[in-house]
Structure formats: structure tokens, C-alpha cells
Write a protein that binds this ligand. Structure first.
Ligand code: T5A
Ligand code: NA
Length: 204
């Protein structure tokens, strides 16, 4: 049996990443494909609890310190990620290192410095970018509760995401109906499995 695929969802806050990543895992499982959902930040670990305190504005941390904690929170999951992929499980990930870089660089930290701690993390096979203008995202439930959910910040984050895109990314219109977005993501995922079957690439 081959390895699983490593598929990421990225996007600005409230773009629908949790909704769509959850639906994708369920649809893959229903189709008999072994798949699991992961989420970063993983707020359940000791590092994740520090991140949660910062995001919910209970504690303060300087920009560099919180950036490194987000990266460490990914590194602490890497052994498990590798083992799952090798065992043939496809991992669908709700945010990853691109969020790490986009949010910190949007705060004017040097982008090269922001990328450095994540160098060597397992690279994705596909990235689905749920694209929404922050003004539209702000109309959705629950917006504005966490530290980064502010208009100027989100506009800058979106610019940073666009600056990092390459051929592994697909831009998905996040304003569409959730069912339509899900269908598009299923189509993209089927293509990714087909390509991987035709020319299998090792875990990068
Ligand atoms: N961060 C993260 C960093 O700074 N560095 C890092 O390294 C990482 C990994 C928390 C913050 O941390 C920052 C980025 C974030 O600011 P989080 O825990 O992923 O990151 O944030 P959450 O609050 O969990 O998630 P988001 O706010 O990003 O929301 P989602 O998951 O994009 O959106 P979702 O699916 O929860 O949907 C939001 C609302 O919209 C509705 C949903 O029902 C829900 O009410 N909705 C739709 N409505 C209309 N049409 C659609 N197509 C819809 N899809 C969903
Ligand atoms: Na989410």
C-alpha cells in the first residue's frame, strides 16, 4: 500500500476551513479511503495551551515568541504525521506553516525570519486556499473574538498568502455555497490521488 496524501486547507479567518476540511475527511472515509483530520494550532498540547491563551487574549507574548510557539506546535506533531502518512492514511490539515508565516509577516516580522523555523516540516501534496475578502468574512458567525480578527490584519494576511502560492495550491472561492465548495474540493482531491497513483512521490 502506498503512502497517504498530505492535504492542507489555508485561508483567512472564518473562510470555512474547518467546515470544509471536516467534510472532506468524512467523504474520503465514506469512500473507503483512510483519512484523518489534523488542526493547527493544536490547542490540546502544553504548547497549544500557551497559544490558546494568546489567541483568546488572556495572556500576552511578544511577536517572535508566539511565532516560534506556533512552529513548535507543528514540530511536535511531525513524528505522528510521518507515521500516519507512511501507514497509508491521508491527512487533511486545517492550517499549517503558511498560516504561521502569513500572520507573523502581516505583523511586519521579516518574512525570511518567519519561514526559517518551519524549514524541514513535511511538505504538502496539495493546498486548498479558501479565498474570502475579510469584509465578507466579518459577516460570518463568531468573527472578532480572537486577536487577529481585525480588518487591516486580515487584508495583509491575505496578501502574504498570495505571495507564497505555487503550483501545489488551488484557489477556491469561499463565498460559494458550502455544497458547491465541497464538490470542487472533492474533484481536486480525486485529481491529486490520480496524479499520485500515476507518479508516486515520496514524503517530502
Ligand atoms: N495562526 C495559526 C497563526 O498566527 N500562526 C499559525 O502558525 C497558525 C497555525 C487561530 C488563529 O491562529 C492564527 C490564525 C488564526 O487567526 P484557528 O484555530 O484555525 O486559528 O481559527 P478558528 O477560529 O478555528 O478558525 P477560523 O476563524 O479560521 O474559521 P474557519 O475554520 O476558516 O471557518 P469555519 O469553517 O469555522 O466557518 C466560519 C463560519 O462561517 C460559516 C460557518 O458555518 C461558521 O459559522 N461558513 C459559511 N457561511 C457561508 N458560506 C460558506 N461557504 C461557509 N462556510 C463556513
Ligand atoms: Na477553524
Amino acid at each position: 500500500m502506498g503512502r497517504g496524501l498530505f492535504i492542507l486547507f489555508e485561508g483567512c479567518d472564518r473562510s470555512g476551513k474547518t467546515t470544509q476540511s471536516t467534510r472532506l475527511v468524512k467523504a474520503l472515509n465514506d469512500a473507503g479511503i483512510k483519512a484523518k483530520l489534523l488542526k493547527f494550532p493544536d490547542r490540546t498540547t502544553a504548547i497549544g495551551k500557551m497559544i490558546d491563551g494568546y489567541l483568546s487574549q488572556k495572556t500576552k507574548l511578544d511577536d517572535q515568541a508566539i511565532h516560534l510557539l506556533f512552529s513548535a506546535n507543528r514540530w511536535e506533531a511531525m513524528d505522528q504525521v510521518r507515521a500516519e502518512l507512511e501507514s497509508g492514511t491521508t491527512l487533511v490539515v486545517d492550517r499549517y506553516a503558511f498560516s504561521g508565516v502569513a500572520f507573523s509577516a502581516a505583523k511586519r516580522l521579516d518574512i525570511k525570519w518567519c519561514k526559517a523555523p518551519d524549514v524541514g516540516l513535511i511538505a504538502p501534496d496539495r493546498v486548498y486556499f479558501l479565498d474570502i475578502h475579510p469584509d465578507d468574512a466579518a459577516k460570518r458567525d463568531g468573527y472578532g473574538e480572537e486577536i487577529y480578527e481585525k480588518r487591516e490584519m486580515q487584508i495583509e494576511v491575505r496578501v502574504k498568502f498570495f505571495s507564497m502560492m505555487d503550483s501545489t495550491w488551488s484557489i477556491v472561492d469561499a463565498l460559494k455555497d458550502p455544497d458547491e465548495i465541497h464538490r470542487q474540493i472533492m474533484m481536486l482531491t480525486k485529481q491529486a490521488f490520480k496524479r499520485h497513483k500515476e507518479s508516486p512521490a515520496p514524503i517530502a
